[in-house]
Design a protein around this ligand. Structure first.
Ligand SMILES: [Zn+2]
Length: 284
């Protein structure tokens, strides 16, 4: 994937690496983890609900504030350039678009949705409109995929989380949350979650299609890379989830739909380049 000539400073990245886990050693952690497991059991992705925040958002942990700007290291710069590029795409595709905050962290950090932990993987918190990225997860992808496949897989993860931000801006997340509250059972609630996740995948495809055009080719991937990256992203997804079993929590794991569905919707977004093609709810 081409990205290193891309514009820096557009990602709105806040770097909290090296700040430690904040309140992670405190007694609140167990409660937070249990609450998240509870939401997963009921099929509600914490990335799509504000309920978590109302439960323990104001828990009193100190506010963490990292350095805002372009990080010096390559992994941080990647997030900045790709995030900026995703912002440029959505500024064209969505009227009144406002970019999310992006926080990169390691181990754990305070979020508007409770304590964020590396074990959760990347996630989006609608309460503070922030994408949280644990770069330790990046390292895992690198190890598994090698540099070229990993670049697109990482970008896809970022674009997927930005997709949840889009859903917050458009009100779709809130509609889904209400529909889930009305849902007659867990199966129905899960179908909404899956539709939401597949739409975020489709939005990632929309980004991928438009990445080069909005950057005059400075951020670009070719079709072959897209296909390869997709395969490997799926592979590491399942693999990572398995290794993350045994009590570790990954909010993104339970409600994403099958691998085949994910590939299908990512491709739909990529082929059309148009968010209007991302209606995953019709059949939900
Ligand atoms: Zn998601």
């Amino acid at each position: 994937m081409r990205w290193q000539g891309g514009r820096q400073g557009g990602g709105g990245v806040e770097d909290r690496r090296g700040m430690g886990g904040g309140a992670i050693a405190g007694g609140g952690l167990g409660v937070g983890v249990l609450a998240i497991i509870g939401y997963l059991v009921f099929g509600i992705d914490p990335s799509t609900t504000t309920q978590l925040a109302s439960q323990f958002g104001g828990v009193g942990a100190e506010q963490q504030q990292g350095q805002v700007g372009t990080p010096r290291d390559e992994a941080g710069q990647f997030v900045d350039v790709i995030g900026g590029n995703i912002n440029d795409v959505w500024a064209q595709k969505l009227k009144g678009y406002q970019r999310p905050n992006v926080v990169i962290y390691e181990q754990g950090t305070q979020t508007g949705c409770g304590m964020g932990q590396s074990a959760m993987g990347p996630f989006y918190c609608p309460t503070d409109k922030t994408v949280y990225l644990d770069l330790g997860f990046w390292q895992e992808m690198e190890t598994q995929l090698g540099a070229s496949g990993a670049d697109f897989a990482r970008a896809y993860v970022i674009a997927h989380e930005f997709g949840h931000h889009i859903q917050t801006l458009t009100g779709t997340s809130e509609q889904v949350r209400k529909a889930q509250q009305r849902a007659s059972g867990q199966g129905e609630a899960n179908r909404y979650s899956v539709a939401l996740e597949l739409q975020a995948d489709c939005y990632a495809g929309v980004w991928a299609k438009n990445a080069s055009a909005v950057s005059n080719g400075e951020v670009a991937l070719d079709a072959g890379e897209f296909a390869e990256g997709m395969k490997t992203a799926q592979a590491i997804g399942d693999d990572t989830l398995q290794r993350r079993g045994g009590g570790r929590v990954s909010p993104e794991s339970f409600t994403h739909g099958s691998s085949a569905q994910r590939v299908e919707w990512l491709q739909r977004g990529y082929q059309s380049g148009d968010p209007a093609s991302c209606d995953t709810f019709s059949g939900a």
